[in-house]
Design a binder for this molecule. Structure first.
Ligand code: ZN
Length: 231
């Protein structure tokens, strides 16, 4: 499985890869990645723009020792941390033969630190995932489920698109699977800290396929039972 095959959004889209990475891949091949110098150039340009943003807001940031390096700090945080999944490839995903195992493979409570594309505010919560490999299909190393969540979470997405991205990523990597289930349960700072300012509301989104498709079927029930088991 090649990294770019996991992408569900077009390049430059808020939840897709960056336009810089898309251009590089168009000229250097689908698996090309950005060099350190190219990433530094993105940080430098973004820092200048963020400084102008602060100036427009009436902040004399250059003369405040606490804020003088803030544009650079913010740009670094976006490129190397908060939006890392837009600039850097996901770690290589290795799969193994399922060896006739056809039960659920479940991982719950995967930490999610993400950001909404509407307000650039934090989305914090947990992701629960499960899949059933085909008898002659493939299984993932366990941490790769975390890697898929981390990769797509480190972008600016709405939660609905994040749920689809994680689902489709697992579905593609686990070839010939018999079903994939994803549930994202998160708190949005754009609801907590601005606008309606409600602290206790949570958002849950799910996506199911294959054996999990039937709302009244045993696979769906077992998925929810496994989630209850981790609390
Ligand atoms: Zn928002």
């Amino acid at each position: 499985m090649r990294y770019h095959e996991l992408e569900v959004a077009p390049p430059g889209h808020a939840d897709g890869i960056s336009t810089h990475l898309a251009k590089k891949r168009a000229t250097h091949g689908a698996d090309a990645s950005l060099t350190e110098q190219e990433l530094s150039a993105i940080v430098e340009r973004a820092a200048i723009s963020f400084g102008e943003f602060l100036t427009a807001l009436g902040v004399d940031w250059k003369s405040d020792p606490n804020s003088a390096d803030t544009p650079k700090r913010v740009a670094n945080a976006y490129v190397f941390d908060l939006w890392k999944g837009r600039y850097q490839p996901m770690a290589k995903i290795t799969t193994f033969p399922a060896d006739s195992y056809n039960g659920h493979i479940f991982e719950g409570g995967i930490a999610l630190d993400s950001m909404c594309s509407h307000h650039h505010q934090a989305i914090v919560g947990h992701v629960h995932v499960a899949y059933v490999p085909g008898k002659h299909g493939r299984v993932l190393g366990l941490s790769k489920l975390n890697r898929i969540v981390e990769h797509f979470g480190r972008r600016a997405l709405i939660q609905e698109r994040l749920t689809v991205s994680i689902h489709n990523g697992i579905d593609k990597v686990c070839e010939e699977n018999e079903g994939v289930a994803v549930l994202v349960d998160a708190v949005h700072n754009c609801v907590r800290c601005r606008g309606v300012r409600h602290h206790d509301s949570r958002m849950k989104t799910h996506m199911f396929s294959g054996l999990f498709d039937d709302p009244a079927g045993p696979a769906r029930a077992e998925f929810y039972e496994l989630i209850r088991g981790i609390k």
